[in-house]
Design a protein around this ligand. Sequence first.
Ligand code: AMP
Length: 188
Amino acid sequence: MNLVIFGPPGAGKGTQSKFIAEKFNLFQLSTGEFLRKEISKNTPIGKKISSIINEGNLVSDQIVSDLIEKIISNKEYKNRIIFDGYPRNLNQAKNLDNLLKKYKQKIDIVLKLSVSLQTIKKRISERRSQEKRPDDNEEIAAKRYETYEKSTEPIIEYYKKLNLLKVVDGERPIHQINTEISDIISLI
Ligand code: AMP
């Protein structure tokens, strides 16, 4: 089973993905975490993308596509990937379909964590003190939300049409969301 989890920044994608990965023995492909690793290792890609990420914009589709293809093509992860943070726009959604087709796989479900802007602001300010991400300050978090609304939200319609979308109320306590997601996945 391959699944996509998406939602605005601070919606709890990472937390829920980690939980699902452990419970169902899946691989969490967090594009944000992969990209942050490139920056901390100061690789050529890292150097190219650090200012883009720190300003709350999306890095180029090609960079992220290369990154996810490495995982999709790896037999070890075949049919057990959680796409956490990919796709982020319509072009990436179509690219993901094509890549999965190329490696004889598909998306089984798309989970959208729905959370209000007020909750997002609260969560990001809490996370700021724990994780110290440079893109979690108030101004950049607002920019990332804007990027989400403009580029990422339109993919909801795309997945609705494909009958893959499940909306999960992300306002509730973490364990309740865990339970709902587990129930959804168990039915697949
Ligand atoms: P995240 O950890 O998912 O919040 O991602 C952090 C940042 O990494 C985003 O604000 C983007 O700058 C970048 N990023 C992560 N995933 C993607 C993607 N699929 N496409 C473009 N940029 C991405």
